[in-house]
Design a protein around this ligand. Structure first.
Ligand code: AMP
Length: 452
C-alpha cells in the first residue's frame, strides 16, 4: 500500500487516481530512503516502476510541509539520455503532480531554443537531455543554483552516449548545499559510472534490485544457432512470419546492421520501423507512436534508441546480435512478458556469439532452450566440445619439442580469436552494493562470480 510511505496527501490522491495499488520492489526500497533526504545509487530496469520511485519523493520535497504553493524557483532537475525517455518521464511527473501547483517542463534537442528559454523560467522541475541543457547553461538561461533535487536517470546510458562531461558540469551547477542526488542505472556500469557516483553523490545508499529474477516470469528464452549474418536475416524473416506475436522488437548492436535488416524486412513486405541514434526526432516519434497504436508490429532497434521504450504488448524479442553484457540482456528481455503477459526471447547465435551467450547463461543461472527451425537449418549447431563452463573448447597452444610454447605467431593467432574484453559479462564487484530481492526486501546473498 502506498499509504505506508509518508507522502503528501495530494500525492497519495494522485497515486490512487492512477490505480497504483501495491508499490513495486524498487519503490518499496527507494522511496523511504529518498524521503529521508538520502542520496541514492539504484540499479533497476525500465519497467520496474523506478520513475515513481524518484518522482514521488521529489514532489514530496517540493511540496514541503504546507499545502502546494505556486513556484518560487527552479528546484529539481531530471537528466535522461534520450528524448523519448524525457517525454515519458514528463508525463509521469504530470500525472503525479496533477493535484498540486508544481509545474514541469521538457528541454530536449530538436525543439525551439527561444521558447524553451522562456519556458524554463516558469517551471519547478526541468526534465531534459544533457546536451540541450548545457546549451542553455552556456547561454546563461539556466538558473540551477536553487536546485534541491537532481536525478540522473539511466546514468549508464548517458555515459555510453558520451554525456559524462555535460552531466558532471550540470551537477556542479546545481549548487544548493542541501542538494539531494538520486542516480539510477539499468546496469552496474563500468569505471566511468563509478567515477560519476564518487563525484556527484554524497554518502549514497546503494540499492540493487535483483534484475535477474525479473526474467523468470512469463518469458521463454531460446537460442537458435546460425551460420552467419545472412542466415540470421533468414531466421528473423521466418520467425516474424511464423511466430504468434502482438509486437516484436529485434535488437542489433550497430546502426548499420539495424538499417540493413530493416531494408531486408521491408523488401520482404514486412511492415516495420527502424530506430537508432541517427534517426531524427520526427522519425523516432512516428516509429514509437505507430508501434504503440499497433499500426506497425515490428521494430528494429539498437539498444541506445530503444532505451526507455515502454510499449504494451511487446511479446517477442529477437537478439539478432547478442547483447554485450548480462545486464544488457536483462534489459532487452525485460521488455517482454511485462505485467504477467507471456513473452518469447530468441537469441541468434553464430560461432563467435557462443561464449558470450554461455557467459550470460551462467550469469542468469539459466540454460536457454535450444531450438532448431528445420526450414532454415544451418550447419553450425554450437561448438563440438564444451568446457564445464559451457564455453567452447579453444584451440590448444602447441608445444615445441623443448616443452615451450610454440612460435609467437601461433599464440597471437589464438589470442586474436578470443572474445573481445568488452564482451565479458558484468560480474558483481567486491564492493557490490546492498542487494534487494525483487520479490521482497530480504537482502540477497551476493552472487559469487561464476567459475570460468
Ligand atoms: P517505469 O519503470 O518507471 O518506466 O514504469 C513502468 C510502468 O509501470 C509505467 O507505465 C508506470 O506508470 C507503471 N507503474 C509504476 N509503478 C506502478 C505501481 N506501483 N503499480 C502499477 N503500475 C506502476
Amino acid at each position: 500500500m502506498f499509504s505506508q510511505f509518508a507522502l503528501h496527501e495530494r500525492l497519495l490522491k494522485a497515486v490512487a487516481e492512477l490505480n497504483f495499488v501495491e508499490p513495486t520492489p524498487v519503490q518499496v526500497a527507494a522511496i523511504p530512503l529518498a524521503l529521508q533526504g538520502r542520496d541514492l545509487r539504484v540499479i533497476a530496469q525500465t519497467g520496474s516502476g523506478k520513475t515513481a520511485a524518484f518522482v514521488l519523493p521529489m514532489l514530496n520535497r517540493l511540496l514541503g510541509d504546507g499545502a502546494a504553493q505556486p513556484r518560487m524557483s527552479l528546484r529539481a532537475v531530471i537528466l535522461l539520455p534520450t528524448r523519448e525517455l524525457a517525454q515519458q518521464t514528463l508525463k509521469e511527473v504530470e500525472r503525479f503532480a496533477q493535484f498540486t501547483f508544481i509545474k514541469a517542463g521538457l528541454i530536449t534537442g530538436g525543439e525551439d531554443f527561444k521558447q524553451q528559454a522562456a519556458m524554463l523560467r516558469r517551471v519547478d522541475i526541468l526534465i531534459g537531455t544533457p546536451g540541450r541543457l548545457i546549451e542553455h547553461a552556456n547561454a546563461g538561461n539556466l538558473p540551477l543554483d536553487e536546485v534541491e533535487v537532481l536525478v540522473l536517470d539511466e546514468a549508464d546510458r548517458m555515459l555510453d552516449m558520451g554525456f559524462a562531461e555535460n552531466v558532471q558540469r550540470l551537477a556542479d551547477l546545481c549548487g544548493s548545499p542541501e542538494r539531494q542526488t538520486l542516480l539510477f542505472s539499468a546496469t552496474s556500469g563500468g569505471a566511468g559510472l563509478r567515477e560519476m557516483v564518487a563525484k556527484v553523490l554524497r554518502e549514497p545508499q546503494h540499492l540493487q534490485l535483483n534484475a535477474v529474477s525479473q526474467l523468470n516470469e512469463g518469458t521463454r528464452q531460446q537460442i537458435i544457432t546460425a551460420d552467419h549474418n545472412y542466415h540470421k536475416e533468414r531466421l528473423v524473416e521466418w520467425l516474424l512470419a511464423n511466430e504468434t506475436y502482438d509486437k516484436a522488437i529485434i535488437f542489433t548492436n550497430t546502426r548499420v546492421q539495424a538499417d540493413r535488416l530493416y531494408g531486408k524486412l521491408v523488401a520482404h513486405e514486412f511492415k516495420a520501423f527502424v530506430l537508432h541514434g541517427e534517426k531524427d526526432q520526427k522519425d523516432r516519434k512516428l516509429a514509437i507512436d505507430r508501434l504503440k497504436q499497433g499500426a506497425v508490429k515490428i521494430l528494429v532497434a539498437t539498444d541506445v534508441a530503444a532505451r526507455g521504450l515502454d510499449v504494451d504488448g511487446l511479446d517477442l524479442v529477437i537478439n539478432f546480435d547478442m547483447p554485450r553484457s548480462g545486464d544488457e540482456y536483462v534489459h532487452r528481455i525485460g521488455r517482454t512478458g511485462r505485467a504477467g503477459g507471456e513473452g518469447l526471447a530468441i537469441s541468434l547465435i553464430c560461432h563467435n556469439d557462443w561464449n558470450l551467450m554461455s557467459s550470460i547463461e551462467r550469469y542468469l543461472k539459466q540454460r536457454f532452450e535450444r531450438r532448431n527451425i528445420k526450414d532454415v537449418l544451418g550447419i553450425y549447431q554450437g561448438p563440438k566440445n564444451l568446457k564445464a563452463s559451457g564455453k567452447a573448447v579453444g584451440v590448444k597452444k602447441k608445444k615445441t619439442a623443448d616443452g615451450k610454447t610454440a612460435k609467437k605467431g601461433a599464440v597471437k593467432k589464438v589470442a586474436a580469436k578470443a572474445p573481445a574484453k568488452r564482451n565479458t559479462v558484468n560480474k558483481p564487484k567486491a564492493d557490490a552494493p546492498v542487494l534487494v530481492s525483487q520479490d521482497g526486501l530480504a537482502p540477497l546473498k551476493r552472487r559469487k562470480p561464476a567459475a570460468e
